[in-house]
Design a protein around this ligand. Structure first.
Ligand code: C2O
Length: 444
């Protein structure tokens, strides 16, 4: 056990060195990996709908088993499970702002590339080009599908806290607010061109993506370890599908067209174990890459009247109330209005909170989709190999409802209340979130 931990650490160091060197010569020509149309397109399907003898499920299990076997023989095998998961640790758990591909507009394309290489590696290790990476649609099946559990199942991960019977709360997976966003930035993340740019997550990342990671618990609840749980592929497969669904939802929903984004490139290992570089502009057409989804349908989870219950976070006196920074007059003729949390310090422990907006001095209604409810977010910590944190703070944004815009027009002062959510098997975070302030702004 100790031995394998040491090797993993050595591998991470090696991968990080590889990443750092790649980053320095970011504009130097390198072997590119351009998706070439092969004529064969695989269809990714929902794992929750697969019977135990579904050929796609069997292929998927066999491929994960084989990748794990490869890593057991050699930790450094680039087609092994460890090497693949470590790639995620390298770029997702880094404290270095320049390498981080979370908290901004690199989030969706990087993870698409990661899954694409995973799918190609799985096809390669079992020599089965028809294999398609299954996704898990948590809106239709708000439980971790049974196909991910079982003692001899390569898809199992014993560190998960939630079991096959546990249900994810509906506000954690609210895709309606995600599909409604009009601009790429608000959907997929704001530009991050230089180190000095603020890190602003898109709603897709900060809400459904982070909430689900953290809810699952164990490896999935931390960026350094998330890539090692096979559920990562299912969860991100659904996020990737959400990206396609967002684009399909309206002709106005367009990917970023900034050359700084289109030409940005990522470093990976391909299915032959070679270091390759791929640009975002080559990651925007999934059929060209060789896959599609069986459906772009999501279940909109906004129950009209979810049951009221006392939240442990309130009972424990851990709700955090903050006064809004700017005057309501500023949004007089507003269309869509966002609450912006400025310069949020990424916490050491995952923090999931429900956010409410109300007039100061008035009781707010603790009820998802109630009159004061704004949304649910999760902040995930980044790696702390040196017990450090991300070298910059992040910004978070949440849209308020039309009814709340009226509340803003009528009242002053207003307060925002953050209620930390108690999750199975975990203590409610007691340290208040640190941030610069909360400001109302118009959707750009
Ligand atoms: Cu890079 Cu879902 O995490």
């Amino acid at each position: 056990m100790k031995d394998s931990l040491l090797s993993r650490r050595a591998f991470i160091a090696q991968a990080a060195a590889f990443a750092a060197s790649a980053q320095h010569e970011h504009h130097a020509p390198a072997r590119g990996s351009k998706p070439r149309p092969t004529g064969s397109i695989v269809t990714r399907r929902d794992i929750a709908t697969m019977k135990p003898d579904d050929p796609q499920l069997l292929m998927y299990k066999e491929a994960v088993r084989e990748m794990k076997r490869r890593s057991a023989r050699n930790h450094l095998d680039p087609l092994g499970w460890t090497a693949q998961g470590t790639l995620h640790s390298t770029f997702c758990a880094t404290q270095s702002y320049d390498l981080q591909i979370h908290y901004g507009w690199l989030f969706l394309p990087w993870h698409r590339a990661y899954l694409w290489f995973l799918e190609k590696k799985m096809q390669a290790v079992i020599r089965e080009p028809k294999l398609a990476l299954p996704y898990w649609d948590w809106t239709k099946t708000p439980r971790i599908p049974a196909n991910y559990f079982g003692a001899d199942n390569p898809l199992n991960d014993i560190t998960r806290i939630q079991g096959p019977e546990d249900e994810i709360p509906p506000d954690f997976i609210d895709v309606s607010s995600v599909l409604r966003t009009r601009r790429w930035a608000w959907f997929g993340g704001y530009p991050k061109r230089r180190s000095s740019d603020p890190q602003i997550e898109g709603i897709c990342e900060q809400g459904v993506h982070n909430n689900t990671h953290n809810w699952i618990g164990g490896n999935m609840a931390g960026f350094p370890s998330a890539g090692f749980d096979p559920l990562f592929g299912g969860h991100h497969g659904n996020i990737d599908r959400l990206w396609e669904a967002w684009r399909a939802a309206s002709p106005d929903h367009k990917n970023a067209d900034d050359p700084a984004w289109l030409n940005y490139s990522f470093d990976f290992f391909d299915e032959r174990g070679r270091a390759v570089r791929i640009a975002i502009k080559d990651l925007l057409d999934t059929e060209r890459m060789g896959y599609r989804f069986d459906t772009l349908d999501f279940r909109i989870t906004a129950p009209s009247d979810p049951p009221l219950r006392t939240e442990a976070g309130i009972a424990a006196g851990l709700a955090q109330t903050v006064k809004l920074n700017n005057a309501p007059a500023q949004i007089a003729n507003a269309g869509r209005v966002l609450l912006q949390f400025e310069r949020v310090q990424v916490p050491f422990h995952p923090l999931c909170a429900r956010v409410f907006l109300s007039a100061a001095g008035e009781e707010f209604e603790y009820k998802p989709w109630g009159r004061n409810f704004v949304g649910t977010f999760t902040l995930l910590p980044v790696g702390d190999h040196n017990n450090g944190q991300l070298d910059q703070s992040v910004y978070m944004q949440m849209e308020i409802t039309a009814e709340q815009v009226e509340l803003v027009r009528r009242n002053s002062p207003l307060v925002v209340t953050l209620v930390p959510v108690a999750l199975k098997g975990r203590a409610i975070p007691t340290t208040p979130l640190k941030f610069g302030g909360i400001t109302l702004k118009l959707e750009e």
